[in-house]
Design a protein around this ligand. Structure first.
Ligand code: FES
Length: 346
């Protein structure tokens, strides 16, 4: 039988010490002072992790996004990014390092072979497993090393805070969005009466004669590039992207508003109402629009209604006409929000 110190609990029932592995006692197994030192060391790591998590939050709030610092080799870099990366990295590292130190220096390190059955365990074994779990808890020192337990819980509890804080960066409001609710922002796009539709890519205004029956053009608002430059992001494009398709006016069974087409040309949002994939797979014979992500299918000859797939809402239609120079224009914004459903939507 392997010689165990008071810090080395006996092997679990059903286990026998590994015959081929000579067990060497660690200094923490035989010297209570060393064990105490190791306990403090591990607790310090967890405490430092707490400190770095707090520093992460302080950096996020206190460091200006435009501040830069010079780092050899890397050159001029954003101070905020460096501070966030360093503090979050240190907080995670110290939790891992503390756990490793705890396992190496204080948890039992006896090599054992456990005898196992290969069938479903009878109830008595299940109870035994529960008992082993409790013994494992005891042996790991989770109950015994109160300082470690508390500091580790504190470190783990604070650790998700940086992740929650970083969620804020998923959406930084542009100047014209400040003060509006997310629902208002998500419900409106750049489109308004008289705004020309330009082809996505060439940014040339579109005339009705550019679109033959059965054809499709991806369109965006004429002022999109200016807006993107001013806002510094692609959010406006994500909401305002449309497709223009043309069909025989006699094929149009219904629309979302009276006379929203122009001589058989219809404009629909390009953003799938399921989870937002851009769609441009149009089948001209059936007038169906197919989303490549999860196969939602919309009937563009029938108000963009869903005919197949997981999308729960029809594709929003944009009312269109032509201006005095003969270019296709929007007649208003969409009458209903584009893209996937969100919580404020009725
Ligand atoms: S995103 Fe279009 S079907 Fe899922």
């Amino acid at each position: 039988m392997t010689d165990l110190s008071p810090h080395q609990p006996p092997a679990p029932p059903g286990s026998i010490p590994h015959a081929d592995v000579e067990h060497r006692l660690r200094v923490t197994d035989t010297d209570p002072k060393a064990a105490k030192r190791a306990e403090r060391q591990v607790a310090s790591m967890f405490l430092l992790s707490v400190l770095f998590t707090i520093l992460f939050v302080v950096s996020y709030i206190g460091i200006d996004k435009t501040t830069t610092i010079y780092i050899p080799v890397m050159g001029e870099v954003g101070a905020l990014q460096v501070a966030l990366g360093f503090t979050l990295g240190a907080a995670i590292f110290l939790i891992g390092a503390g756990a490793i130190q705890w396992a190496k220096k204080l948890m039992p390190d006896v090599e054992v072979v456990q005898q196992r059955h290969d069938q479903v365990s009878p109830e008595a074994d299940t109870l035994e497993a529960a008992g082993q779990y409790e013994r494992g808890k005891e042996e790991s020192g989770f109950a015994r090393y109160r300082m470690i337990r508390r500091t580790m819980i504190a470190a783990m509890a604070l650790f998700p805070i940086p992740l929650v804080i970083m969620l804020r960066d998923l959406w930084v409001p542009t100047p014209d969005e400040v003060g509006k609710s997310p629902a208002d922002i998500l419900s409106t796009t750049l489109w308004h009466d008289g705004l020309r539709i330009v082809s996505d890519g060439t940014y040339r205004p579109v005339r009705p004669e550019d679109l033959p029956v059965g054809g499709l053009i991806s369109g965006v608002p004429a002022d999109l590039l200016e807006v993107e430059e001013a806002q510094g992001n692609l959010n406006a494009r994500g909401k305002a992207a449309i497709i223009l398709i043309r069909m025989d006016p006699a094929d149009i069974r219904s629309q979302q508003g009276d006379g929203w087409d122009y001589q058989g040309i219809l404009a629909y949002s390009k953003i799938c109402t399921h989870v937002g994939c851009p769609i441009a797979l149009y089948e001209q014979r059936t007038h169906h629009l197919l989303c490549p992500c999860h196969q939602s299918t919309f009937d563009l000859a029938d108000s963009g209604e869903v005919v197949f797939g997981p999308a729960a809402r029809r594709m929003p239609q944009l009312p269109i006409g032509v201006d005095e120079e003969g270019f296709i224009v929007a007649r208003s914004d969409f009458a209903e929000p584009v893209g996937p459903s969100f919580w404020e939507r009725g």
